[in-house]
Design a binder for this molecule. Structure first.
Ligand code: AMP
Length: 284
């Protein structure tokens, strides 16, 4: 397995692979790899001749008071995990080299970048789309694998690749969950055992909405209200947002659901540190 910190070396290796007719699959991550990441990497391993994983905690996508400094970085463990599943190349850039002193340009994530997670985290999606654009330009993969865990991000990356004609096929992968239902996340590392139990309420809230829909409550607003009510009585949880959205446009729905719809959820748990957890699922 190769390990490169420099972009030009990574580009050169990937170019060699593509010019010898080997397909390149790419999984961008911020590290602290868990089974959710591994499911993306394994899919890339199955679908492509070569697999590249990037491990880079992207400073551009963190707000001033967010957890950039404390984000877990168990790099040696990540390397071992990548070796075990046959990753060909880890790209692990240094932030100061990745964004040189003269770096100025940002991708504007547009109107959807200001909704939902973008509303609570101003600039977040500009930061995400900027790093994804650069990474895709460095690796130039045939396919890149993203998780539905970050559904709005996946949606916006697909839009980016279409708008900027980046030429990579974006593969969306299902959410990998703990047996309890908790969606796997690097930020789960921040949770104490009690909070881990409490955090199951996100997937329970989704199940509640799915059940209510199945039992005939087809109104998006009513489902949203039921989810909000369910979460409001859990003392450790502070809801950021719950929205039922049209999967194809990401527009928030209020009336009767007559198209593929998804519940998007974001909550905070605990005080110090205050941990932000997100989850989502199709409900119709
Ligand atoms: P991150 O390291 O959090 O930036 O995530 C890297 C990629 O892994 C993103 O495409 C995420 O959507 C995806 N991912 C994170 N958690 C999960 C999960 N539980 N199931 C599936 N994919 C995930």
């Amino acid at each position: 397995m190769l390990l490169h910190r420099q972009a030009d070396k990574t580009t050169r290796v990937c170019e060699e692979w593509r010019s010898s007719r080997q397909t390149v699959g790419f999984v961008p991550t911020m590290g602290c790899l868990h089974d959710g990441h591994m499911s993306l990497i394994k899919e890339a391993r199955e679908k492509c001749d070569r697999v590249v994983v990037s491990i880079f905690v992207n400073p551009l996508q963190f707000g001033k008071n967010e957890d950039f400094g404390t984000y877990p970085r168990p790099f040696a463990r990540d390397v071992e995990k990548c070796k075990e599943v046959g990753v060909d190349l880890i790209f692990h850039p240094d932030a100061s080299e990745f964004y040189g002193a003269n770096f100025k340009t940002r991708v504007d994530s547009g109107p959807i970048g200001k909704l939902y997670c973008g509303k609570s985290r101003p600039g977040f999606f500009d930061g995400v789309l900027t790093v994804v654009t650069i990474l895709l330009n460095i690796v130039r993969p045939n396919r890149a694998f993203f998780g539905e865990k970050d559904f709005q991000q996946l949606y916006m990356v697909k839009q980016l690749v279409q708008d900027f004609r980046l030429g990579t096929e974006i593969m969306g992968m299902p959410i990998f969950r703990e047996p309890s239902g908790l969606a796997m996340s690097s930020r789960n590392e921040y949770l104490n055992p009690h909070q881990r139990e409490v955090a199951v309420c996100l997937s329970e809230a989704i199940k509640l909405a799915q059940r209510e829909f199945k039992n005939g409550d087809l109104k998006a607003l009513s489902l949203k209200n039921k989810v909000e009510k369910y979460l409001s009585v859990i003392p450790e949880i502070k809801l950021d947002y719950a929205h039922v959205v049209d999967e194809r446009t990401l527009a928030s729905l209020h009336s009767e659901i007559n198209r593929p719809a998804r519940l998007l959820l974001a909550t905070y748990i605990g005080d110090a540190p205050r941990v932000r957890l997100i989850d989502n699922a199709r409900i119709s």
